[in-house]
Design a protein around this ligand. Structure first.
Ligand SMILES: Cc1ncc(COP(=O)(O)O)c(C=O)c1O
Length: 359
């Protein structure tokens, strides 16, 4: 549109205009170990079952208002209250909704390095972002977090903490989380458990005891359903009731509902796959320990972080051999670092062969 003084500016909030794009560029490669996906697809017989059920369901009708049937099934699987369970299309949606719920115009507190979405959503929604650096061994800086909580404006917001941590794979101590929960009343403390299946324990007990603590979980990793887009929050009934108001009505499609219900009816395949990932993670870790120039970090997730002398050169050397990993070297404290997903045995062999020859 043309005004008297040239084109009319579009009504875009400055915070959105100033925000960077999501930092991901798709690259094709035969061995794809860059997105922490499951090494295997959803089992073929379960896909078939979901497709059969889909055939018989009406597609011209809306689904449940708030995915009630799915919330019930997730709650049963998790032994959680259905009223405290909020299901939607990926935990990345829930991250944005939680910033809207508690942090929009207020504060978002997290650590760094970190999963980039917390900071991006804080920026897009005009929240004031505080990132407390992890210690060099990737443990939590509890004094730093306590100081940040006390900084003005002291009105609470939302704290995001991935556990296991992404992208380092470190698992913070439950005792430290308990201390953080006690120090953060008046805030929402969100423990992002996208990778909890691969770790020694989770923060469920903490979330049961503190109404302001909630867990985020996803079907994208251990369940092998990243393409389906499903995630959920396990919260106190009160927090879930408020969060649900922000979830788009009828937002979960019939495909998502049926496929996730089928997965929840057959959870045994997840256990076998997690066992594979833990075995392979250990094998890769041991093999990488003898690399002449790389350092591999201990991991409690389905990926490994390695520090190389030069991330660009190491990344290129792997890609030349057909192995795609993710660069993490631009994140705070992760100079030289690459992240590699634990894949199938053959994919991991290909990675280890390429890594052995990489600088
Ligand atoms: C820590 C963490 N949280 C959340 C997500 C997003 O999960 P979803 O696929 O459910 O949106 C990811 C994805 O990689 C992640 O690494």
């Amino acid at each position: 549109m043309q005004g008297d003084n040239g084109p009319m500016p579009l009504p875009i909030r400055p915070a959105v205009a100033a925000s960077p794009d999501y930092p991901f560029h798709a690259i094709d490669a035969p061995v794809k170990l860059d997105q922490n996906e499951s090494f295997a697809d959803f089992p073929a017989e379960l896909k078939e079952l979901a497709l059969q059920r889909l055939r018989d369901l009406p597609w011209h009708r809306y689904t449940d208002l708030n995915a009630e049937a799915l919330c019930e099934a997730v709650a049963r699987h998790e032994s959680w209250s259905p009223r405290g369970t909020v299901v939607t299309t990926g935990s990345n949606v829930l991250i944005a909704l939680l910033v809207q719920l508690a942090g929009m115009g207020a504060r978002v507190l997290t650590v760094k390095p970190n999963f980039s979405l917390y900071g991006l959503d804080a920026g897009l929604l005009g929240a004031a972002l505080t990132e407390v650096p992890l210690k060099p061994d990737f443990s939590l800086d509890m004094d730093g977090l306590r100081t940040a909580l006390a900084e003005p404006p002291t009105r609470g917001g939302v704290i995001f903490l991935p556990r296991p941590h992404a992208p380092t794979g470190a698992l913070c101590e439950l005792g430290e989380l308990e201390a953080l929960a006690q120090a953060s009343e008046g805030w929402l403390l969100v423990i992002d458990e996208a990778y909890h299946h691969f770790a020694d324990g989770d923060a469920r007990d903490l979330a049961c005891r503190h109404p302001h603590v909630l867990l985020l979980r996803t079907f994208s990793k251990a369940w092998g359903l990243a393409g389906l887009r499903m995630g959920y929050a396990l919260a106190s009934d009160d927090v879930a009731r408020q969060l649900r108001k922000l979830v788009p009505p009828f937002g979960v499609s019939v495909l998502q509902t049926v496929s996730t219900l089928v997965a929840l009816e057959h959870p045994d395949y997840v256990r076998e796959r997690v066992a594979h990932t833990l075995r392979e993670r250990e094998r890769m870790t041991q093999a990488l320990r003898s690399h002449p120039t790389w350092q591999v970090m201990p991991s409690q997730a389905n990926f490994l972080l390695v520090r190389t002398p030069d991330a660009q050169r190491a990344f290129d050397a792997l890609l030349t051999q057909g192995v795609l990993v993710r660069r993490q070297d631009r994140l705070h404290g992760l100079q030289g670092c690459l992240r590699v997903t634990v894949g199938t045995q053959a994919e991991n062999d290909a990675f280890l062969r390429a890594a052995a020859a990489a600088p």
